[in-house]
Design a protein around this ligand. Structure first.
Ligand code: SAH
Length: 349
């Protein structure tokens, strides 16, 4: 054993480094101590190709197991509301939506929304029903209850109900209302479903989900954006208590949220060219995942339904919900900002 360690040291620390360490120690000065420390720290990086391969295999194994080194180091997540969850879906069910007048009067009595936006929200929901981007009555109610005006950032005042995506800083965007509607409708959330969102961003999508089920989990990778939206939910929760029930985590959503898996539904709001295996693993059998799938400049909103065959194998069915019409989302990235999609190599002429 000690012999193999000695051989390893002999192989990995070149003679010149050993000499530098030795002469450094011999001088006994502060400068002399500094040199060997530097040399030693460099020598740690001298590894064989086999060792490099072994390290990356460990990383791959962690990835396949749905864990990352950063998770091992304990990337912080905060704000877990625990068991005392506010019942957003119950409130949504009790809201009358037969006519605009009854809805407006109920909102006036029961909620603290800014009345200036209510008419726009109503008209917008009616249009989304006409285009079938909002299908289920529960989704219509969730949309009518969610104040988009607080999630669109201050630099876009006046565009709160515009039918477009908007920048929210940090290179991120709040998704267009029609795409949010289409993805929510496709997700088909039932009260009691455990839903995971990847890409909290502005916080709007999870706010909608909080009126569809009490069990919402969301992950954001950009630290300042995560804290901004976390503070926004905190500030709004007095007026809109269902936001206090949203579990939020700062981290890399590629690996999902193993601690709370499996999920009935998973919604991914950043673009990727493959289905992240850890997310697929964390989806229940019979569960639905909705994600923008495709190359960096063009994606298709896909509905993936996961089923398990009797022999335990997994069967996936896929549907392009916009039937060939593409969308464009912010890239799904890792902690250093690199995209998870395979880069497109430009063809030279
Ligand atoms: N659902 C958001 C969409 C925001 S845009 C909304 O309606 O506002 C997409 C978001 O995905 C960005 O905030 C981006 O930072 C985030 N994102 C990208 N890669 C991620 C990753 N690996 N894990 C978690 N979030 C990620």
């Amino acid at each position: 054993m000690s012999c193999s360690v000695f051989n390893f040291l002999k192989k990995s620390i070149p003679a010149s480094h050993v000499f530098a360490v030795f002469s450094g120690l011999m001088t006994g000065t502060a400068f002399g101590l500094f040199i060997p420390l530097m040399v030693l720290s460099n020598s740690e990086k001298v590894v064989s190709y086999e060792e490099v391969a072994a390290v990356s295999m460990v990383e791959d194994a962690l990835r396949l197991a749905g864990r990352s080194n950063s998770e091992e180091e304990g990337i912080s997540y905060i704000t877990l509301p625990g068991v005392q969850k506010y019942d957003g879906p119950r409130l949504a069910q009790s809201m009358p939506i037969e006519t605009k007048e009854t809805w407006l009067s109920w909102m006036g009595k029961n909620r603290g929304d800014d009345p200036a936006f209510l008419e726009q929200r109503w008209t917008w929901a009616q249009n989304l029903v006409k285009t079938s981007e909002l299908k289920h009555p529960a989704d219509v109610r969730a949309f009518l209850l969610t104040p988009r005006e607080y999630f669109v950032r201050a630099q876009n005042k006046g565009l709160e109900y515009a039918d477009t995506w908007l920048p929210i800083g940090y290179g991120a965007t709040i998704t267009d209302p029609d795409v949010v509607s289409m993805m929510t409708t496709t997700l088909n959330v039932n009260p009691g479903d455990k839903v995971l969102e990847i890409g909290t961003g502005s916080g709007y999508q999870s706010a909608i989900l909080s009126y569809l089920t009490k069990d919402v989990y969301t992950i954001e990778i950009i630290k300042p954006l995560f804290f901004e939206t976390d503070a926004l939910y905190h500030n709004l929760e007095k007026t809109f208590p269902s936001f206090s029930a949203i579990n939020r985590k700062l981290g890399d959503g590629y690996y999902g949220w193993g601690e709370f898996a499996p999920f009935d539904k998973i919604i991914v709001t950043c673009s990727i060219d493959h289905i992240p295996p850890p997310l697929l693993r964390q989806l229940k059998a019979g569960g639905i995942m909705v994600l923008p799938l495709g190359p960096p400049n063009r994606q298709y909103i896909m509905e993936i339904v996961k089923n398990e065959a009797a022999d335990g194998s997994i069967i996936l069915s896929r549907r392009d919900v916009y039937n060939g019409q593409s969308v464009r989302f912010i890239p799904f990235r890792d902690e250093i900002g690199a995209s998870y999609s395979t880069p497109v190599i430009e063809k030279s002429e």
